[in-house]
Design a protein around this ligand. Sequence first.
Ligand code: KIV
Ligand code: NA
Length: 279
Amino acid sequence: RNKITINTLRNLYKKGTPITMVTAHDFPSGLAADLAGVEIVLVGDSLAMVALGLEDTNQLTLDAMIHHCKAVARGAQTSFLIGDLPMGTYETSPSDAIRSSLRLIQEGRMNAVKLEGGVELVPTIKHLTSFGIPVLGHVGLTPQRNNSLGGFRVQGKTVESAKKVLHDALAIQEAGVFGMVLEAVPEEISRMVTEKLNVPTIGIGAGAGTSGQVLVQCDMLGNWPEGRFMPKFVRKYRDIFKESMEGIQQFKEEVRSAQYPAVEHTYPMPAAEVDKFKE
Ligand code: KIV
Ligand code: NA
């Protein structure tokens, strides 16, 4: 297929076609998402948790992010590529945000960046977009702020909190985002916010009223051991971790029982050479 651009996304939004986005964190996960045909591949900072085993996204460095973006970009060649700006790489000033975003684009080969927050990011978003950097916003539950939110909690459940979500969404739209992630808000709120906006909303845990949906690839494919906590909104489309583990177990058993390797896995040597070698 042809490369997905910001125009492709605008056209889908205009036609009311739901946009699909999935995260990726390395070459194979980028390739799989791309070949599956999603429009957007997000190198989310959730890679801190799903690929690096960290407790939250707060420790992720820009260098680590770029390392993963490069790998994803080699695999996902036709999707629109968005990289998360890690915590600490854009809050300090609009020029820090530009510097970090340019690295994600130039070194990481991303097409756009994502940042978490609302009205406080208006000058930053204006600055980035004025230099031709497309920005995807992220409001509702903003995981980078889990310390001030008291954990990974649903937002917008009270009138006050819902008003904040709407206010932030309108403010960042005005500042120039081409769309925004709406995370963990009640469906009524995301539907209402989506109706008031003229840019697409990509929901995660935001119900069915958004312009598109995103899931973390490792979550949706079940690439976690049994018993791992999963948010309510995750649908598990496959059980990849179990498949992987069972495959490795079978390898071990077959090595122990001498079923592996079999003849077809070995390199033949001409019989005459074998005879000479044995002499
Ligand atoms: O980091 C991430 O994976 C995200 C998505 C869940 C939107 O920000
Ligand atoms: Na993220």
